[in-house]
Design a protein around this ligand. Structure first.
Ligand SMILES: Nc1ncnc2c1ncn2[C@@H]1O[C@H](COP(=O)(O)OP(=O)(O)OP(=O)(O)O)[C@@H](O)[C@H]1O
Length: 560
């Protein structure tokens, strides 16, 4: 307990200190100090005798509190702004951060999104600016890339000349970083798990060696059974992968076919009635139906590809995937992939590292022999894409969206936009509202009947319509090279979803100035936003994402 002798100002000041409303605590304490020094004259005015000094005891917790506040205010905020371009531009300019400043591991910067759980923050915003012009996955342009890497062409992989010519006709001459790393290993027969940024060209990194090896073995394996199976999570993606495969296979006489869900068993039977294709691109649900009806024979399978592996190993698909894998004879060693009685080589690719791989794969292959390829920027925010976060009231989102779409069309030179919602019902509601506002658009969500859904994404890709409102069904794997704006109308529920949605812009061969705009409405969105902001300030990957194959947990058998 500290004892002070005070006069008439002190009680009021102490009341303010005790009330917790310490906007200017140093002024109050200063005035207390000042008052002690002049107390005699004041006392005269109140009529008190200087001998009758009032004694007030200040509890220790209160003095401590004042000291704490003093210390906090004394601590200078980290200066994150230097000369040059800005990485983070905030509504409150004191929270900006320069591109040349990296927040250290132990530094705690004040985040722009700090108070975003509170309603008072509505209208606040910040932007993570792009610090690079080109994506990090284009080889030869990045700092530190060797000349050899830059001059590597597809011919260096010793793939057949027809494939190289087809790529050249499509303007693809130099492999991306992930293609450089993956293609040689697939050609050698290894089981691969490849996790690399969205839009970095993973489709070609598995299709090129697969098509090359199939044509090379065509004479030896004269069979009408399926030789390569590609599993993808959606019908749209199946069509897209099949289109690339058909282009590559056309000069080689190989056949590709797709089978997707939602069309009934009759359709599936029809697909397999004719000769079996060399390459089948399928969704897991439809494929399992075909397996149950004995429409398929995997005895000649050379390759099993799991595209969008993070989604496919997710509990919503992993049961089906396990069943499919149990029908295929998966190799454990590259030597088992060649010659008579060969087994299937397993290739898994995705933009985020899949969880639960260990549990599923330990039953069908040797986990220790799977080669993992991870890009340097895995789970990082894309440095070549501008990303804006806006704290907004739920009821105002539609107006903000309208403005953003208008700005894209009339000020920023036009282009396509993808608008993500978390639920199919929101897609429908937003669609009706935009209809009323006269915004031409199309919709894609998983609850649509298959016949209605067919062709929607293709027509968006072709440019028939410029705005697509969708759920996360369109966030996985779909190649959206003409998209310039991604809007998270509903904030995504996980980092993985954010990475996949944002990855629809800034793709190899796509428009260069893609942007992401995210509306933040609910208090439960804020933690993700803060993680994203912190990862941007620290230049680290997003937290809490696995990046290694985990051994399956030992089965605990309860003996009681
Ligand atoms: N070497 C290359 N040079 C130029 N463009 C390329 C190259 N490889 C692929 N592309 C183009 O890059 C785009 C993205 O490729 P792809 O869809 O395979 O990316 P991805 O890594 O599978 O993306 P996601 O993670 O979203 O599935 C495609 O339009 C493709 O044609």
């Amino acid at each position: 307990m500290q004892t002070l002798k005070v006069g008439w100002v002190a009680p009021a000041a102490l009341k303010a200190l005790g009330s917790g409303r310490l906007f200017y605590p140093e002024l109050i304490t200063a005035s207390l100090g000042h008052h002690f020094s002049v107390r005699q004259s004041r006392f005269c005015r109140t009529g008190l005798n200087s001998e009758d000094t009032v004694v007030i005891r200040i509890p220790r917790y209160l003095t401590k509190r004042v000291d704490n506040v003093k210390q906090t205010r004394g601590k200078s905020q980290i200066r994150t702004v230097k000369a040059g371009t800005l990485l983070i531009k905030s509504k409150n300019s004191s929270l900006n951060q320069s591109a040349g400043y990296i927040v250290g591991k132990f530094e705690q910067p004040v985040l722009c999104s700090k108070g975003w759980k509170h309603n008072k923050s509505i209208g606040d915003y910040f932007t993570i600016n792009n610090t690079k012009e080109v994506p990090p996955f284009i080889a030869g342009i990045q700092k530190g890339d060797t000349e050899q890497k830059a001059s590597t062409t597809f011919q260096n992989f010793h793939i057949c000349k027809e494939l190289v010519e087809t790529l050249e006709r499509n303007g693809i001459t130099h492999p991306t970083v992930v293609q450089l790393q993956t293609i040689p290993k697939v050609m050698r027969g290894h089981n691969i798990l490849c996790a690399a940024e969205t839009g970095s060209g993973k489709t070609l990194s598995y299709l090129l060696p697969v098509v090359h090896r199939l044509q090379a073995n065509m004479q030896a394996e004269n069979t009408d059974r399926i030789r390569a199976l590609v599993l993808v999570p959606s019908r749209e993606l199946a069509e897209q992968v099949a289109a690339v495969s058909r282009t590559l296979c056309a000069p080689l006489g190989l056949h590709t076919r797709t089978v997707g869900g939602g069309r009934g068993v009759g359709h599936i039977k029809m697909v397999f009635k004719k000769n079996h294709p060399d390459i089948l691109v399928a969704t897991p649900g439809a494929l399992v139906k075909a397996l149950h009806r004995n429409c398929l024979d995997f005895s000649e399978l050379n390759f099993l590809v799991v595209d969008e592996a993070d989604t496919m190993f997710d509990p919503s698909f992993s049961g089906l995937l396990e069943e499919i894998l149990s029908h295929a004879n998966i190799a454990s060693d590259p030597r088992e992939t060649r010659g008579l009685g060969h087994k299937a080589q397993l290739l898994m690719v995705g933009a985020t590292f899949p969880d639960g791989v260990g549990e599923v794969l330990s039953k069908v292959t040797d986990l220790g022999r799977i080669i993992t390829i991870k890009s340097k920027m895995l789970h990082f925010l894309m440095p070549h894409v501008k990303q804006t976060f806006l704290k907004v009231k739920g009821t105002c989102k539609i107006l903000e969206l309208y403005q953003a779409l208008n700005k894209l069309q009339h000020e920023n030179g036009g282009g396509a936009a993808l608008v993500f919602c978390n639920k199919s019902s929101t897609v429908n509601w937003l669609g009706y509202s935009l209809d009323e506002m006269g915004v031409k658009h199309t919709r894609l969500q998983g609850e649509m009947p298959a016949v209605v859904r067919a062709g929607i994404f293709h027509s968006f890709q072709k440019g028939t319509v410029n705005v697509l409102i969708c759920t996360d069904i369109a966030s996985r794997g779909l190649d959206t090279t003409r998209v310039r704006l991604v809007v998270n109308y509903d904030f995504p529920e996980s980092h993985t979803d954010y990475i996949h949605r944002a990855g629809r812009v800034g793709r190899a061969g796509g428009v260069e100035d893609g942007e992401v705009l995210s509306f933040v409405t609910h208090p439960w969105d804020v933690e993700l936003v803060q993680n994203i902001e912190m990862a941007a300030r620290r230049r680290t990957s997003l937290p809490g994402m696995k990046s290694d194959i985990q051994e399956p947990k030992a089965n605990v058998v309860n003996t009681e």
